[in-house]
Design a protein around this ligand. Structure first.
Ligand code: PMP
Length: 449
């Protein structure tokens, strides 16, 4: 049977057909239950089937679902922008709403370039980033991404934006340890800026914690302080891509708060609508908006469905739900608990090399040998087989090993809805344990014959 990820006849689809979801669980048409340990693609942050969100959707649909962004605004969009400004750090007081994370990062890039143009500088058109980073699938966003797998087919179409090494301490490319290393991977930014010339560079973009293509790669304490100093010294804007980390995934509203830095522009997505509606945003600080407001006044970006009231009402309801139920206050406790439980599994299963991340964004990297961190050969398809086994055990995991120089091919993200309870974490760990046991018993850790 031909299998594809396009949808035509249901029977040929690659995936089980989901019937409904409730809380952290999804149920397929055959009645099989799945514990959604990855919130889909780290998106269903408040779980499935939440009545308040359905109610908000319904109420907004009764009033108006769509108005065009350059003709009208709506109460839903205005209230959402107000709520985001309240909850965000610093002077990130302006929201530009779009429909996906890729649109959010591309909008952020365009705003950065426009900012310099409004100040009379027309040469600053490049955006620097890092290997392994993923900022989206559209060509501008992919140009800023260091995700080799997703770039490969389109390289001739991509801008040649320079990248630096990520803060991948588990496999430090310099073979050093923080803080004694002096954050040499961050200092690389300075070297690249000197090589290209600061006058060419509009911004540096980074996911505070690298998600999709590394498995929660978490920088050490002063890493972003060094990065931000280099950006400021060279008149380069700092864009935080919080599409995955945003809205409480790692504990605070924005993951940047862990490192005490204030970005100039922030991209948000995924958790903003928590999967109930497509919505994303570029948040812009007062200081970046100032020359734009004095100049062209409008940001040159946007999509037909930008700021549509239906998605804005959903996002506002999601934020209010998080706020009202104080979900973020519980993240630390849940995180500590799940890390403890995973460390126990690491002692039992020698292929768990590293466990990392913050809050409920947890990465596991798999290795052939814990002591020398030898990666599995790519041909073993370790992650793919593990995820298949997990699905059989009723557990959904997210593949997160993109690889850099052929290393770190095998990693997953564990990122359940933030609303998960401690007994549900126990169930998650139980299913993960069973997955690892069956994986070992079925001798899947070897090359296919
Ligand atoms: N940035 C980050 C950090 C992401 O994780 C993703 C999605 N995985 C994107 C951007 C792109 O978002 P979308 O898939 O909604 O376009």
């Amino acid at each position: 049977m031909t299998q594809t990820n396009l949808i035509k006849p249901m029977l040929e689809t690659l995936y089980p057909v989901i019937d409904y979801g409730k809380g952290v669980y999804l149920y397929d048409k055959t009645g099989k239950e799945y514990l959604d340990a990855s919130s889909g693609a780290i998106t269903a942050n408040i779980g499935h089937g939440v009545e308040e969100i359905i109610e908000a959707m319904h109420e907004q649909a009764k009033r108006v679902s769509f108005v065009y962004r350059s003709q009208f605004t709506s109460e839903a969009a205005e209230n959402l922008a107000k709520k985001i400004a309240e909850l965000s750090i610093g002077d990130l007081n302006w929201s530009f709403f779009v429909n996906s994370g890729s649109e959010a990062t591309e909008t952020a890039m365009k705003i950065a370039i426009q900012y310099w143009q409004e100040k009379g500088i027309y040469t600053k058109n490049k955006v620097l980033s890092r290997w392994m980073s993923y900022h989206g699938i559209t060509l501008g966003a992919l140009s800023m991404s260091g995700h080799t797998g997703r770039r490969a087919r389109f390289i001739p179409l991509l801008e040649d934006f320079p990248v630096i090494h990520p803060p991948y301490c588990y496999r430090c490319p310099y073979n050093r340890e923080a803080p004694e290393c002096g954050y040499v991977c961050a200092q690389e930014l300075d070297t690249v800026i000197k090589r290209i010339g600061a006058e060419q560079i509009a911004a540096f973009i980074a996911e505070p914690i690298i998600g999709a293509s590394g498995g929660a790669i978490t920088p050490p304490k002063d890493y972003y302080k060094v990065i931000k100093e280099i950006c400021d010294k060279n008149n380069i804007l700092f864009i935080a891509d919080e599409v995955m980390t945003g809205f409480g995934r790692t504990g605070p509203m924005l993951a940047c708060e862990h490192w005490d830095i204030e970005p100039d522009i922030v991209a948000l997505g995924k958790g903003m609508g928590a999967g109930y509606a497509p919505i994303a945003a570029a948040l812009v600080s007062d200081r970046i908006m100032e020359p734009i407001l004095q100049g062209s006044k409008v940001v040159m970006s946007g999509h037909t469905l930008s700021a549509n009231p239906q998605s804005c009402a959903v996002s506002l309801a999601v934020l209010e739900y998080l706020d009202k139920n104080e979900i973020m206050k519980e993240i630390d406790e849940k995180s500590t608990y799940i890390f403890q439980r995973l460390k126990v599994l690491q002692k039992m299963f020698p292929f768990i090399g590293d466990i990392r991340g913050k809050g409920l964004m947890i990465g596991l990297e798999f290795v052939e040998n814990q002591a020398n961190k030898t990666p599995f050969p790519r041909s073993f398809l370790f992650t793919q087989k593990l995820i298949g086994q997990a699905e059989k055990c009723g557990l959904i995991l997210y593949p997160a090993g993109a690889g850099i120089d052929g290393v770190n091919g095998d990693a997953i993200l564990i990122a359940p809805p933030l609303t998960i309870t401690i007994p549900e974490i126990d169930e998650l760990v139980k299913r993960l344990h069973e997955t690892f046991q069956l994986f070992t018993a079925n001798n899947l850790i070897k090359e296919d014959d």
